[in-house]
Write a protein that binds this ligand. Structure first.
Ligand code: ZN
Length: 85
């Protein structure tokens, strides 16, 4: 079922980019239109997922441990830590 409602308005609604009046018209339409309500729910879930993903922060010793392994794997490669500069 296609209702022809401007989906960009739904995106703008999610991003809080609408005026109060536009927002109210989206609210009203979505309340009575299952198609758009579903669209909105899907989009909101995607945005929610993006918000929930924690920024990848490895444990504190992870990078150092990795560097040590690299050094061990290539003996004589970088002996004076010149890569730090
Ligand atoms: Zn609709």
């Amino acid at each position: 079922m296609k209702c022809g409602f401007d989906k960009e308005l739904l995106t703008a609604w999610l991003n809080d980019q609408l005026t109060g009046e536009e927002r109210a018209s989206v609210d009203t339409h979505v309340a009575g239109c299952e198609d758009c309500r579903r669209e909105l729910e899907n989009s909101r879930r995607i945005w929610g997922l993006m918000d929930d993903i924690p920024s990848p922060e490895p444990p504190a010793g992870w990078v150092i441990g990795w560097a040590d392994q690299e050094g061990r794997r290539r003996p004589g490669g970088r002996t004076n830590n010149s890569w730090r500069h």
